[in-house]
Write a protein that binds this ligand. Structure first.
Ligand code: ADP
Length: 578
């Protein structure tokens, strides 16, 4: 685990992490041979991101700052999102993971968005779109007197383009497709991934409104509106639509849902535009043409002698915000509009990984009230200190340019450098690099097989468990094998009861526990929380419905579920065949 990471200037990399870095992150020659070591890469990142300090202070000691950034990265206290690791200080220079693009209701605007998507995917970024502005299928097209093919058929164009670009890009592209629940084609959208061969480069979510949720609760009809002129094109029973969403999610995990009014309630710059979409994994709501760079603090590294080291954590939070604000400067944006929008709002997304590791080191079970309370406390601390750091930068560098008219613009308000500061990312790859548990997720399993791009399979065993098993004298190769097959330790008598209690996995806990933890972190997060609520294969449709409702009631901004075995291919699986 991360706690073992070296602080002597060299990263402690597992073989799996090294494989991922060599394949996709390190500079390579044309034959694919790495031209840098992982520590060269971390040095390249630290130096590139320290450099912008000079813009604000001619006498800035950039060398010293680069050393501090390097130490924070190489020890895995903090890692920026993948594009920053891949591209900082290199020709491409595109450093953000998250983008949202507008899709306007004309052929020109749609294909502009396809082109912009291609440019973003090439650089390792992910794109989110709302297709809600597109007129419905069979609606009139004035210039040709033909009929429109509607949002879902245009989504296919984006999907195909993504599929084609992934051959040459740094990683396979990822998209989020959103459709408002009051769009006339909503039923087709809900079903568009029912055939698992379709839209494989998309995550889809239905954009729900408060009005719709009230209609669900009252079992009423709601209106479908033509986005072109807002005329009513019919109505549907809200509860039936909600049930269709839930049904489909039970079938194969999609669509997810996002609560559009909540995203806009927390939109810091409503005077600049309305939020219609998030990035692909849902944690980052953005305005059209906005991008955001993420970074995650590895909480497992901040437990010392059984307690949280708050003061060291505070230092790393401040340095992380400084780092992410500098990323905005060092970034080479794929489009002028994105450059301008990102510079005007200066959104950053500081989050966490290694939350499950932290709980294990503290001896707190993930599925306990204590863990939920602690989650809230830890995130409040990160959010408060993160904002303090952003205000400090604001004093020195000025507020984000759209500050006037923003929700921060109140009498006596202090300068604020960034329109948002915190986001909980999935940390899919960076947690693997740091050998930490991902995001705020529980351990997926004590041991599992991970399918990565191009079909390679990596076997991961939780190192803290292994270490503990050795220390406590219950380690044996046979037992480790048995656990790998079994996927959980909760019913294995060979493992002491206190260890079983703490090493809970995603499948040992209830869907409600997942939501409670998501809500706890959402409470003090500016943007959103990436989280998958895992269900056993035996879960019922009602179980899924209850969780979607619970997410709504507990203030989550959206929810994504996965019922084990419900998709042909899954990214993570235990070695055990269900
Ligand atoms: P990482 O661990 O690689 O930094 P995360 O798993 O935290 O990335 O994902 C953060 C965001 O990065 C996602 O929400 C998405 O916007 C973007 N992203 C993730 N994977 C991909 C991908 N394969 N292609 C494009 N963008 C991606």
């Amino acid at each position: 685990m991360s706690a073992q990471a070296s602080t002597a200037g060299q990263p402690a990399l597992t073989p799996n992490a090294l494989t991922v870095l060599e394949k996709r992150y390190l500079k390579r020659d044309t034959s694919g041979k790495p031209l840098e070591t992982p520590s060269d890469m971390f040095r390249r990142v630290a130096e590139t991101i320290a450099e912008p300090d000079k813009k604000f202070d001619k006498k800035a000691d950039v060398k010293k700052l680069a050393d501090r950034f390097y130490e924070m990265i190489v020890s895995f206290d903090f890692l920026p999102n993948s594009p920053t690791l891949m591209n900082a200080g290199r020709e491409l220079g595109q450093l953000s993971a998250c983008f949202v693009l507008p899709v306007g209701d004309s052929i020109e605007e749609i294909f502009d968005a396809v082109k912009f998507t291609a440019m973003i995917h090439k650089s390792g970024g992910g794109t989110g779109f709302s297709f809600s502005r597109l007129r419905p299928a069979n609606d009139l097209v004035k210039t040709t007197t033909g009929v429109s093919s509607g949002p879902i058929s245009f989504m296919r164009v984006f999907d195909t383009a993504t599929e084609t670009i992934k051959q040459g890009g740094t990683r396979r592209g990822a998209n989020m497709g959103i459709l408002r629940v009051d769009h006339p084609n909503i039923m087709d959208f809900i079903m568009c991934k029912a055939d698992q061969k379709l839209f494989n480069n998309f995550n889809i979510s239905v954009g729900l409104t408060e009005k719709f949720m009230e209609a669900v609760e009252q079992d009423e009809e709601y209106d479908l509106l033509n986005p072109r002129d807002k005329t009513k094109m019919g109505s549907l029973n809200a509860r039936k639509v909600f049930q269709r969403i839930v049904n489909q999610a039970w079938e194969n995990g999609e669509p997810g849902i996002i609560f559009l009014d909540r995203l806009n309630r927390d939109n810091p710059t409503p005077h600049v535009g309305e939020i219609e979409s998030t990035n692909p994994c849902g944690e980052q709501p953005l305005l059209p043409y906005e991008s955001c760079n993420l970074g995650s603090i590895n909480l497992g590294r901040f437990v010392s002698e059984g307690a949280i080291d708050w003061s060291r954590l505070k230092g790393v939070i401040h340095d992380s915000v400084h780092f992410l604000d500098n990323v905005i400067e060092a970034n080479k944006y794929p489009l002028q509009q994105i450059h301008d929008m990102t510079h005007s709002n200066r959104k950053i997304g500081l989050g966490v990984m290694g939350w499950a590791d932290m709980l294990i080191l503290l001896g707190v079970p993930y599925n306990s009230d204590e863990a939920v309370k602690l989650g809230k406390k830890v995130m409040q601390f990160i959010n408060d200190e993160g904002h303090a750091a952003s205000r400090d930068l604001g004093q020195k560098r000025g507020s984000f340019p759209n500050f006037i008219g923003s929700t921060f613009d109140k009498k006596g308000a202090l300068p604020q450098r960034n329109a948002t500061v915190t986001t909980i990312a999935p940390t899919g790859t960076i947690s693997m690099i740091a050998n930490a548990s991902s995001g705020v997720e529980p351990l997926f399993a004590i041991s599992y097989v991970k399918n990565v791009m191009d079909g390679t399979k990596l076997v991961e065993v939780n190192p803290t468990f292994e270490q503990l098993a050795k220390e406590r004298g219950f380690y044996s190769a046979e037992l480790m094998e048995k656990i790998a097959e079994h996927g959980t330790v909760h019913d294995l008598d060979e493992v002491p009861a206190d260890v079983r209690r703490v090493f809970v996995t995603a499948h040992d806990i209830t869907p409600e526990d997942h939501i409670q933890m998501q809500a706890a972190f959402q409470y003090h997060t500016d943007n959103a929380v990436s989280k998958t609520v895992n269900f056993p294969n035996t879960a019922t449709i009602e179980d899924v419905e209850n969780v979607y409702m619970l997410a709504y009631k507990t203030g989550c901004k959206g929810v994504t579920i996965y019922r084990d075995g419900s998709r042909d291919e899954q990214v993570l699986s235990t070695t055990k065949k269900e």
